[in-house]
Design a protein around this ligand. Structure first.
Ligand code: GTQ
Length: 383
């Protein structure tokens, strides 16, 4: 990890004492050479080489859990203190304390996440940005989003897209209920790439321009695509929303036929029905189901993941530490950290919704995965 104040400039790891790693022993002559370089906005590579090129990914993010019983009252409180029209979006951001600069507000890696609450009759003003967004509906009813003029109704445990550059606004109908969802955005990635633009819509909200729910009605019918000259040329899924009932049915159907993944149990990816790929370009999402009593094996991979428990109770061992979770709890697994999941119930399934930055890793050819080989595939718990 980079740290400019560290006096030693090389080799902290015994593995670095080999040809091909930086092993220069500083002397007075070198130290004054470094000063000379600094005066020219330059540095000697070997002073930082072993940090800049770690043996394996070194995440700066900590595994973190945000428990709903603690978060929900805070989210509700935000709805008493500010209006969404004042806040732009009334969102409580999930912050990873180990992100030192926090300039990107990352919950983990390239992923921003927050909890958004909407009361009956409220709206979030229409806007758009380069960053892509997705939402996992945690509670409520009678809520909707409008994406580029397509109005979509939101139900509990639905997964809904707001691809980058699309106009969007949300609301809850007067007859609806208090609605809370988890937002996930690629803001940290877009800001790091210095590509994030933001625009407000000329009116407070978009007028729905199509039949309500038209996109899922047209494109969301399990393998049945319109053959009526419809052409969809956007780089994201035309379905726009994935309903909980279909997602859950898919997992139960899968479980009738397949043993599932040793690391994830039964797992489905929310995919673009036209391509079979992820639903959006920069972020992916999945739903997994752990069988009663299932204790998965540990693996690790590049890419970052936010979890949201959509039913059941269990725990995950992440980087050797145990995190107990129940419905609505949110936690993260940073890049290249060992993790394994356990369903604590002997009679009920456990469901974990996840979103990730895997599409970026895969597009760049740097999605790397490894299974734990020792201890029968389970981590030793750290005290
Ligand atoms: O509505 O796209 O949680 O722009 C934070 C920033 C949601 C959104 C958030 C956003 C959005």
């Amino acid at each position: 990890m980079s740290n400019d104040t560290k006096p030693s400039t090389y080799a902290v790891d015994a593995r670095d004492d080999v040809l091909g790693r930086a092993r220069v022993i500083d002397n007075d002559e070198l130290l004054s050479f470094y000063k000379e370089l600094e005066a020219h906005s330059a540095n000697a590579f070997w002073r930082r080489a072993n940090e800049i090129e770690p043996w394996e990914p070194e995440t700066r993010y900590s595994p973190t859990i945000w428990r709903y019983k603690e978060m929900r009252p805070l989210v509700v409180k935000s709805s008493e203190l500010v209006k969404p029209e004042e806040a732009g979006r009334r969102v409580i951001v999930l912050v990873n304390d180990s992100d030192p600069g926090r300039q990107n507000s990352a919950a983990v890696g390239w992923l921003f996440s927050g909890l958004q609450i909407m009361l009956p009759g409220e709206i979030t003003p229409a806007h758009r940005h380069t960053a892509s967004a997705q939402r996992f509906i945690m509670e409520g009813g009678g809520a909707y989003t409008v994406v580029d003029g397509h109005q979509i109704e939101l139900g509990q445990y639905d997964y809904v897209l707001t691809p980058g550059k699309c106009w969007h606004d949300h609301g809850v109908f007067d007859h609806g209920q208090v609605s809370i969802w988890q937002d996930g955005l690629d803001i940290p990635l877009m800001n790091s790439l210095e590509t994030n633009f933001y625009e407000v819509y000329p009116e407070n909200i978009q007028k729905p321009a199509f039949t309500t729910n038209d996109l899922p009605l047209v494109y969301g019918n399990a393998g049945l695509l319109p053959n009526t000259g419809q052409t969809w040329d956007k780089p994201y899924s035309p379905m726009m929303i994935y309903r909980w009932k279909e997602t859950q049915d898919a997992l139960f159907n899968l479980a009738k036929c397949e043993p599932g993944s040793p690391y994830d149990g039964q797992i489905v990816k929310f995919s673009n029905p036209l391509t079979g790929g992820w639903a959006m370009q920069t972020m992916g999402a999945q739903m997994q189901m752990l069988a009663p009593g299932q204790h998965c094996k540990a693996h690790r991979h590049t890419g970052n993941v936010m979890y949201n428990c959509a039913g059941g109770e269990g725990y995950s061992v992440i980087g050797g530490k145990r995190f107990d979770w129940q419905e609505h709890d949110i936690f993260c697994v940073p890049s290249w950290v060992w993790h394994e999941h356990v369903n604590l119930s002997s009679s009920e399934q456990a469901f974990l919704f996840t979103f990730n930055d895997f599409p970026v890793m895969q597009a760049l050819g740097v999605f790397i995965e490894e299974a734990l080989q020792t201890n029968n595939g389970h981590q030793a718990l750290k005290p």
